[in-house]
Design a protein around this ligand. Structure first.
Ligand SMILES: Nc1nc2c(ncn2[C@@H]2O[C@H](COP(=O)(O)OP(=O)(O)OP(=O)(O)O)[C@@H](O)[C@H]2O)c(=O)[nH]1
Ligand SMILES: [Mg+2]
Length: 420
């Protein structure tokens, strides 16, 4: 089977970064991001080479002269890995491996590798494996060519081809099995959601760029200890907590995987079971790192991912986080106004959390329906449910039953209506 991008060695792999984006404005951002991704994968960035590539070379992505520069940089830095900040096809990968004589990977493979380091739950592991296999399938030929050459090559072509075909077949079978297992995971999740639906709290999902502070906000709100860490993609598995809000409202809040610019499509497809939490939420809480100089690009990347999940039209509360690190309050106020409904918080210091709670209550109120009903005494248990899972405005015990005025989710309202 093909090797994992980074095999565990005693020393961290030494990576040379190759930047190839078109747009000069993105330079600094792309640089910070790839360096962080590199760290998250456990490699040391030991050097870099850049080229503005308008039309990628079909054989090697970068032009011939630049490739020689990359080769020289590999030699000078002693890099044992080259990471291209783009997506490479099978031919480019093979040619680059050929010329550079060290392992070459692209941005997708780097992200997949981070995900595989972070995957702990069964669901997470299955999803990452599926993403890796679907990524590798079309590139298998290049991996084998490399493999054959390492073995000496000449005369090995026949057995290599057979090996390639049988490994392809094994991968197809594994992909099919993984998809079936994930289908099962997805059914279980959907059952859990239905279970939650029976308790008519609304539920919201935290979305946002990786490291925006979603897990920190969740911890701040629920007093729970969801793994929060400066490393990218700290969270892969969704976690759900109940959060109590002012005025008797409650909310189920799910923390899930962070997004990144150009999240590989096979990764999004593989993470369907996890991302269904986003698609199914009553509303989204989009956490933005307001202290990040490129927060707007990050916000756009999140929106683009939501659009690919067809979840971009969902009601969204934007939360500008890390305001303890924001210097320019005027800019922040302007961003808040432009992104309404929105609030500014610091998950770290707790600043603005009460505003957040009020804003979340307002979101919920906008999802609830006003209900006036008379509940028969025989079904008085429903009143308690309305207290628990909606907001009761007034109640009076009359001869014909319990007169109720409340704000309820549509599910709870239907239950009350059926109780007549
Ligand atoms: N200064 C400051 N740091 C924060 C704040 N919120 C989170 N952080 C830090 O930002 C880093 C990332 O936070 P997480 O909560 O793990 O971010 P996340 O969005 O869950 O990240 P992923 O799970 O990787 O997508 C951690 O080091 C946090 O301590 C904040 O309000 N202020
Ligand atoms: Mg997290």
């Amino acid at each position: 089977m093909p090797r994992a991008p980074f095999e565990t060695k005693s020393a961290a792999p030494r990576a040379l970064l190759v930047f190839v984006h078109e747009d000069a404005e993105q330079d600094e951002y792309a640089h910070t991001e790839l360096t962080s991704l590199c760290q998250a994968a456990g490699c040391d960035a030991v050097g870099e080479v850049s080229q503005r590539v308008q039309h990628p070379n079909s054989a090697t992505y970068v032009g011939k002269g630049k490739l020689e520069e990359v080769w020289a940089a590999v030699r000078d830095t002693g890099a044992d890995l080259v990471i291209f900040d783009c997506e490479l096809n099978a031919i480019q990968l093979r040619n680059l491996n050929d010329r550079l004589k060290v392992r070459v990977i692209d941005r997708t493979q780097l992200i997949l590798d981070i995900f595989s380091l972070r995957a702990h739950s069964r669901e997470g592991k299955l999803q990452v494996e599926l993403a890796q296999l679907t990524y590798m399938m079309p590139k298998l030929t290049s991996v084998y060519t490399e493999f054959e050459r390492q073995k000496g090559g000449i005369g090995m072509r026949g057995p290599g081809e057979t090996q390639l075909e049988s490994d392809r077949q094994r991968m197809r079978v594994r992909i099919k099995n993984l998809k079936e297992e994930l289908e099962q995971v997805s059914r279980t999740r959907s059952r859990q959601r239905q279970e939650r639906r029976r308790r008519p709290f609304p539920f919201a999902c935290l979305v946002g760029y990786t490291s925006a502070g979603k897990s920190s906000l969740m911890n701040r709100l629920s007093g729970s200890e969801v793994f929060a860490d400066p490393m990218l993609f700290a969270t892969l598995d969704p976690t759900t907590r109940k959060v109590d809000l002012p005025d008797g409202y409650g909310l189920f809040l799910t923390d899930t995987v962070g997004f990144v610019r150009n999240l590989p499509t096979n990764l999004i497809a593989a993470f369907r079971a996890t991302l269904e939490e986003v698609v199914d939420a009553d509303f989204l809480i989009h956490v933005v790192d307001a202290s990040h100089e490129n927060w707007e690009s990050q916000q756009e990347a999140v929106m683009a991912t939501l659009a690919s999940l067809e979840a971009d039209a969902k009601k969204t509360l934007t939360v500008f986080n890390k305001i303890d690190k924001v210097k320019n309050r005027d800019d922040l106020n302007e961003s808040l106004a432009l992104n309404a409904p929105s609030v500014a918080v610091s998950a770290k210091t707790g600043d603005g959390i009460s505003d957040f709670l009020q804003a979340a209550s307002a979101m919920i109120r906008s999802l609830l329906m006003p209900v006036e009903a008379v509940i028969p005494y025989a079904k008085s248990g429903l009143v308690q449910e309305c207290y628990n899972y909606g907001r009761v405005i007034s109640i009076s015990h009359e001869p014909d039953g319990i007169h109720l005025k409340a704000e309820l989710t549509s599910e709870m309202a239907a239950k009350v209506a059926a109780a007549k």
